[in-house]
Design a protein around this ligand. Sequence first.
Ligand code: FES
Length: 172
Amino acid sequence: MFVNESGRRGFMKGLMGTVGSLIALGYAFVAERFMLPPPETSATLQKVGRSSDYITHQAKLAIYTGDGGFPDGVYIVRLAKGLIAYDEHCAHLQCPVQWSHATLTFNCPCHGSVYNVYGKNVAGPAPHPLNYHRIVEHKGEVWIGGIVPWGTPEWTKMAHATGKPSADTGKA
Ligand code: FES
């Protein structure tokens, strides 16, 4: 078959465009792999009750299964600036902490770490505050999502949104 010069140029242009598109697609795939949040933080939200179920400084334990993994205990507490959700696992060696309404603290039965109502480690060997879970309050309903590990930018943002202890009326 006879192909003239302009036809060959057109074919080469088309070929280069296709190759360029494939390379761009490859970059997009790699970028997506590294830029998207890890699976545990992009998990489905799970309804855990109504807003009225959560009273200031009274932590309630919910079980989170929204990511399809092992069930996770999540303490939900209403603070002056809104709701916050703490992962129940101690920052020391992952024992589940227990809420004490008498002292307004989360206490770890394993080695004695204590966290205040803001999830801050205030005694014992725990090296940092509790991890969070995502939490959304919308139209009178409360939903929780995947874990937000301590030290990540998202955790820091949530900690700032929670407010300072002095802004609250509790003992913590
Ligand atoms: S696991 Fe909680 S203090 Fe050690």
